[in-house]
Design a protein around this ligand. Structure first.
Ligand code: ZN
Length: 166
């Protein structure tokens, strides 16, 4: 029974890592750090704990359904989704691999700044995901989704999206 549980748990993580984030489909919800815990109660019953990237993100409802569908089709009939708001999700939970994938997709990954610097900096500089230069400017605080801002690179004269740091 114990062995079964371990196998099932791995299987659940595997299934979850195939679910893309609705905002950034190149990344899975696991890579983004949105899945906090998986608890296998029995071979058909599983509890998945999620932390939303931020409360206003409309994507949350979409992938909740995706999780239930994916797990249901793999034999987990009872899927319970728990939402954990504390500790709050932070862009630190995103893996370096995830940030790299994001950059390759043309979205500038969140850049961590020391808090003191953040407090006094009027204009934050974001590195262009295309050319790596910092001669960039903010075009719009909201890009295609509220999680992203629209930036423009003066060096390669291309717009790009920046995933905001939370
Ligand atoms: Zn550029």
């Amino acid at each position: 029974m114990v062995i079964n549980n371990i196998v099932s748990k791995e299987k659940v993580w595997e299934l979850l890592s195939e679910i893309p984030d609705p905002d950034i489909p190149v990344l899975s919800i696991v890579e983004l750090g949105l899945v906090r815990d998986v608890e296998v109660i029995s071979e058909s019953n599983v509890i998945v704990t999620l932390t939303p990237s931020y409360s206003g993100c409309p994507a949350m409802g979409v992938f909740k359904d995706d999780i239930i569908t994916a797990l249901n089709s793999s034999g987990f009939c009872e899927v319970e989704i728990k939402i954990s708001l504390s500790p709050a999700w932070t862009t630190d939970w995103m893996s370096d691999v995830a940030k790299e994938k994001m950059r390759a997709h043309g979205i500038a990954p969140p850049e961590k700044e020391p808090e003191s610097e953040l407090r006094f900096a009027r204009q934050k500089q974001v590195t262009c995901p295309h050319c790596g230069k910092q001669e960039t400017k903010l075009v719009s605080r909201f890009g295609s989704t509220p999680c992203k801002a629209l930036w423009y690179c003066d060096t390669c004269e291309q717009p790009f999206e920046y995933f905001k740091c939370f």
